[in-house]
Design a protein around this ligand. Structure first.
Ligand code: 13P
Ligand code: SF4
Length: 343
């Protein structure tokens, strides 16, 4: 029998390159050179989510959270958008730019939240109450967006739910954890779809308590896709972008980060002199997994520099969406951008 108290908390050194990143520097430089040349040739912009591998973040024009990426996609003058993230993020860029070529390095980069909410199932639930006002987390398909009244991200969910009509019954899809947290913050009751992020629900209370005991000076920073038992232990609950500003502005020197580990790269770059610990997760054998690569999103990490180069070289995979879905999904995204921009 393993005494878990002896093996945890575990300090995770994300400054060590992952297996994927351990290529000879000359090979990385050559790929980056090709990507930059293709970018000029295509007049492309490369947008990357905070969970992408460091080498993709370093070659991107913009790295950010889902809200920042949607704002960048809405405002770009580039002819081609190359989206390094997951499918629903690239779809959002296409909905905002139907005339542009939107490339994605890996067409199978999905999301457990998106999978949890098929559009026909949502339509069935909506039919049970004509007074529903549907608020969809951006982590959903274009077809679900097309059925929604407004889109939110973790960075603006509170603001957007506060602005929702008072005479409507709020239905929040598909993340029950972000939805529950937003209800706590706004006091607005909502019907919650029963979906979750498979990666964030791996973080558990006991592991965070052990991290707190081992590093009492550290601030615990948690993404709202996490379980309530974990959110309740946090010093701050926020989107990935806000996590970075929180760590930068805080006088604390050490942080336990409870989200996907790709975010640590920007934190280390933008908050020099501070230490970031990746929250521990256990595998099914209740053993800490190797160097905590367990807190990676298997979808976000499907993208590689090679796939980024190849999608630009071959102008494929690229996104196509039916015109009626684009037309219907655009209004709730634009509503989100408009409410987000309000003072
Ligand atoms: P944000 O970057 O918007 O915080 O979202 C996290 C996420 O899980 C995106 O898939
Ligand atoms: Fe989806 Fe979770 Fe991966 Fe984000 S981290 S893309 S919510 S599975």
């Amino acid at each position: 029998m393993i005494d878990l108290a002896e093996v945890l908390p575990r300090r995770v050194d994300l400054t060590q390159p992952s297996v994927r990143a351990s290529r000879p520097p000359a090979q990385v430089d050559a790929l980056v050179g090709e990507i930059r040349a293709l970018k000029r040739q295509l007049n492309a912009v490369i947008l990357a989510h905070n969970y992408q591998v460091p080498e993709i973040q370093d070659v991107a024009d913009f790295v950010g959270d889902s809200l920042g990426l949607a704002q960048q996609a809405a405002g770009t003058s580039a002819d081609v958008i190359v989206f390094c993230g997951v499918h629903f993020l690239a779809e959002t860029a296409k909905i905002l730019n139907p005339g542009k070529l939107v490339l994605l390095p890996e067409k199978d980069a999905g999301c457990s939240l998106e999978e949890s909410c098929p559009a026909p199932e949502l339509a069935k639930l909506q039919a049970t109450n004509p007074n529903f006002y549907t608020i969809a987390y951006i982590n959903c398909s274009a077809a679900v967006k097309a059925l929604s009244d407004v889109i939110v991200t973790s960075g603006n969910a509170v603001k957007i739910v506060n602005a929702a009509p008072k005479d409507r019954d709020l239905l929040f899809v598909p993340d029950e954890n972000l939805g529950a947290w937003t209800m706590e913050q706004t006091g607005r009751p909502m019907t919650l779809w029963r979906g979750n992020c498979y990666a964030h629900v791996e973080f558990q209370r006991d592991n965070i308590l052990r991290a707190r005991a081992a590093y009492p000076d550290a601030k615990i920073v948690v993404h709202p896709e996490s379980l309530r038992e974990v959110r309740d232990l946090a010093d701050a609950v926020c989107s990935t972008e806000r996590m970075i500003t929180y760590c930068r502005d805080s006088p604390a020197k050490r942080f336990v980060i409870v989200t996907e580990s790709g975010i640590i790269h920007r934190m280390q770059k933008e908050c020099p002199g501070k230490e970031f610990l990746c929250a521990p997760v256990f595998n099914v054998m209740q053993m800490p997994t190797d160097n905590c690569r367990c807190s990676e999103c298997r979808y976000m990490k499907l993208n590689t520099l090679e796939k980024l180069r190849d999608c630009m070289k071959h102008r494929s995979p690229h996104l196509e969406l039916p015109a009626d879905i684009i037309a219907k999904a655009r209004a709730p995204i634009e509503r989100m951008l408009e409410i987000s921009a309000r003072a």
